[in-house]
Ligand binder design. Structure first.
Ligand code: ADP
Length: 311
């Protein structure tokens, strides 16, 4: 039985905006799937249907053989904007992932459970941020914040991880770091993962299976080897008068370029490589002055965690 199944899913917004048109997809447990497609293709709608935020107009969506639940408690979500609480530490932000697992009241009462604390630290370790656990999220680089966002989703202990354009606001190096950690997390935990991306180069590097969506329909479903230049043009390019977008990327496919030639990658002021550099250099100084009230508890927990679990 597939872990994720969409059968003849159509989603119409308003009178006639067809976001998805008779989409059928089956995904096996543990697959790392990248959804490719231009803006407006229907990628977010597909992910939103899988986390219960949007209902299909017709057709069915199932996870683990059951209809997608509205609570989305079984689905971890990584967003383009990480939505961290900037005043809290990376650890506290990761820990909030436990809130999504149970009802609000129950989770508030159990937020400090040892299991949750351990899960938060394990998740931060998975994304390479255990040593930065005490750092305030607001002082982190864009890439680090996104990795905290992944950790938070992992703490939820989901059976399915969804990521909607998780690296589109990062520079290419930070984007690759985030994707590497996400794939590592998925492999470590055998976690079914579906990420929508519009950066073709990065997608090709990290995806195992690719689903190309254009105008609400699946126009490609295959492996990296099958994702040829012509297919990429077909996914992104509908107007025969225009320049196919993938042509300019031919060389970077071969050379693992980290230049801004990645489709759609922009380096905003918060996420430049120099800021990443600056932040990692300042990590200790910022941690020492971090007035996060959780720090004494965390230090003890982190010590316990490292003592028992880290290799
Ligand atoms: P993508 O994620 O690939 O950019 P979306 O799934 O966001 O595409 O959008 C697919 C289509 O559905 C677009 O035409 C978009 O304008 C439309 N759409 C998405 N969400 C809504 C909404 N809540 N209300 C109306 N139209 C929507």
């Amino acid at each position: 039985m597939p872990h994720v199944s969409l059968q003849n899913v159509t989603k119409v917004f308003g009178e006639d905006t067809v976001a998805l048109d008779d989409v059928s997809i089956e995904i096996t447990a543990g697959e790392f799937v990248v959804i490719l497609g231009p803006s407006g293709a229907g990628k977010s709608t597909l992910l939103r249907i899988l986390n219960g935020l949007t209902e299909p107009t017709t057709g069915t969506a199932q996870i683990g053989g059951s209809p997608v639940s509205k609570s989305g408690s079984d689905v971890g979500m990584v967003f383009q904007m990480h939505y961290l609480i900037e005043s809290l530490s990376a650890y506290r932000n990761a820990l909030t992932g436990a809130l999504a697992r149970t009802s609000n009241l129950k989770s508030v009462l159990t937020l400090n459970r040892t299991d949750d604390k351990r899960a938060a630290l394990h998740a931060l370790e998975t994304v390479g941020l255990l040593s930065d656990a005490e750092q305030r999220a607001g002082t982190m680089s864009g890439g680090q914040k996104q990795r905290v966002g992944i950790a938070r989703a992992l703490v939820q202990n989901p059976s399915l991880l969804l990521a909607d354009e998780p690296v589109s606001s990062l520079d290419p190096k930070a984007a690759r770091d985030v994707m590497r950690y996400m794939r590592q997390a998925a492999r470590e935990r055998e976690l079914t993962t579906i990420a929508s991306l519009h950066q073709v180069n990065i997608a090709r590097e990290f995806g195992d299976r690719f689903i190309g969506v254009r105008d609400g329909t699946v126009v490609f479903d295959g492996s990296r080897a099958e994702l040829s230049m012509d297919i990429i043009d077909d996914i992104y390019y509908t107007d025969s008068e225009s320049t196919p977008i993938s042509r300019g990327e031919t060389e970077s496919f071969a050379h693992d370029s980290t230049t801004a030639s990645d489709t759609g990658v922009t380096a905003d002021s918060d996420n430049t490589a120099s800021r990443n550099h600056h932040t990692s250099a300042n990590t200790n100084a910022e941690t020492e002055t971090d007035a996060d009230t959780d720090t004494p508890i965390l230090t003890q927990e982190k010590h316990n965690y490292e003592h028992r679990y880290s290799r």
